[in-house]
Design a protein around this ligand. Structure first.
Ligand code: AMP
Length: 619
């Protein structure tokens, strides 16, 4: 029985499962969907009107877990049981975290190895993956509550600089939260998508995504070509954001009120008041010229002008990072076609102004900068759900993928420009009698001979039971998942022996190299066709020689002396043709040898058949 649910956001009947987009942030996380009626992406808000869920997890003595705002309230009072910024620890070992460990008020276990970090809360230990999964579970629960449908599929965003381990950790966190993570996409890509960049055919753009959040700053330069985003460079500062703006305001007021660092340190509630008022002032000054408030019954104030002066050094640091990122990408500011603003701190007018000045153009800031990444993830989710057929699928394989077959030929299983994810398979067999292993060499490229392509991986399928050549059936499958990771597996059907390997096809290839490989294949196209034809003819001829020789030794009794002599004569001729590397001669001699051997091969078959039929009934 199917379930029908009413979507309370859109009011429509929801039969199909929704794929959600999730921004799993350092400070805040949120979840978004594309509305089925208007096709607009929206952030899901609870009745309190809040879309942001603080990425904070609290554990009490009894093992109860709370996530989000209730956990945030305990951040100071129960610092050791309240975990924040877990994203900074994803996929990291203690060595990776190293000196940053001091940033965390909770206990990070250092077991002195390369193992992934664990966080200690009371007598329990948690991995960052588990902690992130609590946040994701909360988001999933929220979405299910709001939409009244069960949610099991998601697209999750990660910073562009996240490495494989960090991406994998994010995926695992999703799985642990009961979500099938259809794709991990880069935050700057998502932000661009939210603005509709990359959703039209034949669009070529260079995009800068400026992301200034509460605690981190990232600048990414991307190129967009035919719906494919590529990260050219990333730069930033993992400890620079809105919190630092709050801190400079705190310091300014501290000086004005004559409050020392020691006093702030000793009186936590006073420090908290300072911090809360400072953030209030900062937010207020985004739309007003003056802020006035009270700290501990004392009046404090701040003008926009003074605030700008205080934060100018911080903003300058972000602009330097932008310049570095452009340098790394080999671009000038004026070559950027679009500048996308992400993160709550880009609401600060001085930030906007400086970014506009630096790039010499207006910025994309129409969407809520806190929501834009999640909105883009929802757009991607909608494309994956097949609801948006107008849009391009984002990823294709830039080069063909295949394996080496006899004679060093490239046998393509997934041609270039195939959509990702993708699956393809083909059956192969052995060359030699009793061959017990088969080498599977995986290549990427457009040339006909593997020696001209790029080798990605190699493995041996071993343990094939002894069988005559040509009898084993080896299924080779290529599976490229949504993250572009290729899994190659080989299975011998009769015995069930199997092997598989994971490969990252793009790894280490620059755009230029991909382009060169394509150009190469065009330049050599004619030669390649000739070579392939010769290799194929030679392979076939060699097989013919092997079979014939085997036949002669096995069935000598069925043949007359003349027949044997004639066969040898033509076998020699065929060998000569192979040595001469003359394709047409090889073809010719193969034909002749075939003709010579056919009559006695048929004789042997007849005899074998009669033998087999003895005493048996035909149905
Ligand atoms: P995010 O990490 O993207 O959620 O950004 C959060 C940061 O944005 C915090 O430091 C907030 O104080 C800051 N923020 C939020 N709203 C505003 C605003 N209207 N003006 C200035 N900063 C803001």
């Amino acid at each position: 029985m199917g379930k029908i649910a009413i979507n309370i956001v859109t009011g429509s009947i929801q039969q199909e499962e929704i794929i959600v987009g999730i921004d799993l942030g350092t400070t805040n996380s949120l979840i978004a969907i594309v509305r089925t009626d208007t096709h607009e992406p929206i952030a899901l808000k609870e009745t309190d009107g809040l879309a942001l869920v603080p990425s904070i997890v609290h554990f009490d003595d009894f093992g109860n877990v709370t996530v989000g705002n209730p956990a945030k309230e305990l951040l100071i009072a129960e610092a050791e049981r309240t975990i924040y910024s877990v994203k900074r620890l994803m996929g990291k070992s203690y060595k990776d975290v190293g000196k940053d460990a001091g940033f965390f008020a909770y206990n990070i276990i250092d077991d002195g190895t390369d193992a992934l970090v664990k966080i200690q809360v009371g007598d329990r230990f948690f991995s960052p993956i588990e902690l992130s999964s609590y946040i994701l579970k909360e988001l999933k629960k929220r979405a299910e509550h709001i939409l009244k449908v069960s949610i099991s599929k998601a697209v999750i965003t990660v910073p562009a600089y996240f490495n494989d381990a960090q991406r994998q950790a994010t995926r695992d966190a999703g799985r642990l939260a009961g979500l099938d993570v259809l794709r991990i996409i880069n935050e700057p890509t998502a932000a661009s998508l939210a603005y509709g960049l990359g959703t039209k055919h034949h669009e070529e753009k260079t995009i800068a995504v400026y992301d200034l959040g509460g605690g981190t700053f990232d600048i990414s330069i991307l190129t967009l070509s035919n719906g494919i985003f590529e990260v050219l460079s990333t730069n930033g500062d993992t400890y620079l954001g809105g919190d630092d703006m709050d801190n400079v305001i705190v310091r300014y007021w501290q000086d004005q009120l004559g409050v020392t660092d020691t006093e702030l340190h000793n009186f936590k509630s006073l420090a908290q008041q300072f911090r809360i008022r400072a953030e209030q002032a900062k937010v207020h000054l985004s739309d007003n010229e003056v802020y006035e408030g009270l700290i501990d019954d004392q009046a404090v104030s701040l003008t926009r002008e003074k605030f700008n002066e205080l934060i100018q050094p911080l903003v300058n640091r972000t602009i330097t990072a932008c310049q570095n990122s452009l340098n790394d990408a080999g671009l000038k500011a004026l070559q950027i076609d679009a500048v996308v603003m992400v993160g709550g701190s880009t609401r600060v007018p001085l930030v906007k102004e400086c970014v506009k000045n630096f790039f010499g153009r207006d910025v994309y800031d129409r969407l809520n900068p806190d929501e834009v990444v999640a909105l883009g993830a929802a757009v991607q989710a909608d494309i994956l759900a097949g609801n948006n057929t107008e849009m391009l699928l984002l990823d294709v394989t830039p080069l063909s993928l295949g394996i080496e077959t006899m004679g060093g030929l490239m046998d393509v299983l997934i041609p270039r420009n195939s959509k990702i994810p993708n699956k393809a398979g083909r059956q192969y067999t052995t060359q030699k009698d009793g061959q017990s292993s088969m080498r599977i060499s995986v290549y990427q490229g457009e040339r006909d001979l593997v020696q001209d392509n790029r080798k990605l991986a190699e493995f041996n399928l071993t343990g094939i039971p002894g069988m005559p050549a040509g009898l084993p059936k080896v299924d080779v499958t290529f599976l490229i998942d949504a993250d572009g990771i290729l899994k190659v597996s080989a299975t011998e059907i009769r015995s069930g022996v199997a092997q598989s390997i994971d490969v990252k096809p793009q790894y280490g290839l620059t755009d230029e190299e991909v382009e060169n490989m394509l150009l190469d294949s065009l330049t050599h196209a004619k030669d390649d066709i000739k070579t392939r034809a010769l290799v194929e003819a030679t392979t076939e001829a060699q097989q013919m020689l092997d079979t014939t020789e085997k036949f002669l030794s096995k069935h000598r009794d069925f043949l007359t002396d003349d027949e044997v002599a004639l066969t040898w004569e033509h076998m020699n001729k065929l060998s000569e043709a192979i040595n001469a590397k003359d394709k047409d001669r090889i073809h010719n001699e193969t034909e002749i040898l075939n003709d010579v051997s056919r009559p006695y091969a048929e004789r042997v078959m007849d005899a074998a058949l009669k033998d087999a039929m003895k005493g048996k009934k035909v149905i």
